[in-house]
Design a protein around this ligand. Structure first.
Ligand code: CMP
Length: 223
């Protein structure tokens, strides 16, 4: 980031810092460390010790867990303005998952000490963090339900529905997901790439699903 003014302006666009006044924003701008990562970088590994939390200024990351036999489950994909790595700072336990960049990223790192001090001084930020943790827990509960009770096709539909938030030009009846590969879809749904390829074909044949490059188009009206 450039000068001080420019830096605080950029921070204002991040939801977590939206409630800060000018003085607090300038103070936090001083504490945040800019770190750039190319696509495919490991930010940290599951089980390592954690000293920093990160806010995504630009780019995209995936939060993952590995199975014993080396298959990857994507817990979540996070983008601009979202944050991760707060859990280890709060409970001092090892990192609960690995984080890798899926696009080139500029991250803002905040140390444990500065993060805790920020939460103590700003109840609005603390509430935002709690709300986000609550959202993730709901999401995880939904995933558990899906994995226990739903077949792959249902899980795939649900996942595409959840990720499709973009309007499609000239197609008011559809909304689109961000670009996503079959492998990523498989790792999100918790199945093999081969199975996803088959399910995607079935959903297209039945007319529910459309594709534009790597973006998936699903009906706006529920099913
Ligand atoms: P931490 O445990 O420090 O390191 C891994 C991070 O991944 C964790 O903090 C959270 O920020 C994030 N994370 C872990 N589990 C999930 C989940 N189910 N959904 C979204 N983010 C998660």
């Amino acid at each position: 980031m450039g000068g001080m003014e420019e830096r605080t302006q950029a921070l204002r666009a991040i939801p977590l810092f939206a409630s800060l006044d000018e003085t607090d924003l300038a103070e936090i701008a001083d504490l945040l460390i800019d770190r750039k990562f190319p696509k495919g970088s490991v930010i940290f590994e599951d089980g390592s010790s954690g000293d920093y939390m990160y806010v995504i200024r630009t780019g995209e990351v995936k939060i993952t867990k590995m199975s014993e036999d080396g298959r990857e489950k994507i817990l979540e994909i996070l983008g601009e303005g979202e944050f991760f790595g707060e859990m280890s700072l709060l409970d001092r336990e090892p990192r609960s998952a690995s984080v890798k960049t899926t696009r080139a990223c500029t991250l803002l790192a905040l140390s444990r000490q500065d993060f805790i001090a920020l939460l103590r001084r700003n109840p609005d930020i603390s509430l935002d963090v709690i709300r986000e943790l609550t959202r993730r827990l709901r999401e995880t509960d939904e995933q558990i339900r899906g994995l226990l009770f739903e077949r792959v096709e249902g899980r795939t539909r649900r996942l595409l529905r959840r990720r499709a938030s973009e309007a499609v030009e000239g197609r008011p009846d559809r909304r689109a997901t961000p670009p996503i590969t079959h492998q990523q879809l498989a790792d999100l749904v918790g199945t093999s790439r081969e199975t996803i390829t088959r399910v995607i074909k079935e959903l297209k044949d039945e007319g529910w699903l459309d594709q534009e490059g790597k973006r998936y188009l699903i009906p706006v009206s529920e099913d």
